[in-house]
Design a protein around this ligand. Structure first.
Ligand SMILES: [Mg+2]
Length: 187
């Protein structure tokens, strides 16, 4: 079981970008992606922020106009997610318990329609929760760099240590993938 969990291929994202804003959403649309599931903490905002900025509101409007549905899926408290999406059309769930399936299934139930797995992407800053979940669930995982590491909580710091080992493994076992995704730029 442990060996299965530690297989490095489960931790390889399909894409890696510095920030959410660097993702080529036109390209994702062309690939057939229609539902964007996104992490909250350190993907959209740092732990020190709690409300949606104007820039982000505009970005979500742009994504809606491009034809995407967006749902936030966070392991943080539901109240934090609710505060973030308040007054917007974006849906979100907290206590998602990524990388387990319960939260993501709940998010898919909230979606306006049923999506095929190959129409769904999950964007997040953690290999151990977001990307591992994407690969096990069979959806398109997009990794971004964390906005600010300094303020991360204890359990996230633990995940980062495991992530560091995984990155080393990917570099060793899949050097071509490591180079193509430019994972050396992982902060
Ligand atoms: Mg995060």
């Amino acid at each position: 079981m442990i060996e299965r969990f530690f297989r490095s291929k489960h931790f390889i994202p399909k894409e890696f970008h510095d920030t959410f804003f660097d993702i080529d959403f036109d390209q994702l649309y062309k690939k057939g992606i229609r539902l964007i599931l996104t992490d909250l903490d350190n993907t959209l905002i740092s732990y020190q922020e709690d409300i949606m900025t104007k820039v982000m509101i505009d970005k979500f409007d742009e994504l809606a106009n491009q034809g995407f549905e967006v749902i936030i899926i966070s392991n943080n408290r539901p109240e934090r997610v609710e505060k973030y999406v308040r007054g917007t059309k974006i849906l979100g769930i907290g206590s998602a318990r990524k990388p387990f399936f319960k939260g993501i299934k709940k998010a898919l139930d909230m979606a306006s329609k049923t999506y095929y797995d190959d129409e769904i992407c999950l964007i997040g800053d953690q290999l151990v929760t977001d990307i591992y979940l994407s690969n096990r669930f069979g959806i398109y995982g997009v990794l971004v760099n964390p906005i600010a590491r300094k303020t991360e909580k204890f359990y996230t710091k633990m995940n980062r240590r495991l992530e560091e080992r995984m990155l080393q493994k990917i570099a060793k076992k899949h050097p071509d993938v490591f180079a193509r995704l430019k994972l050396e730029k992982r902060r």
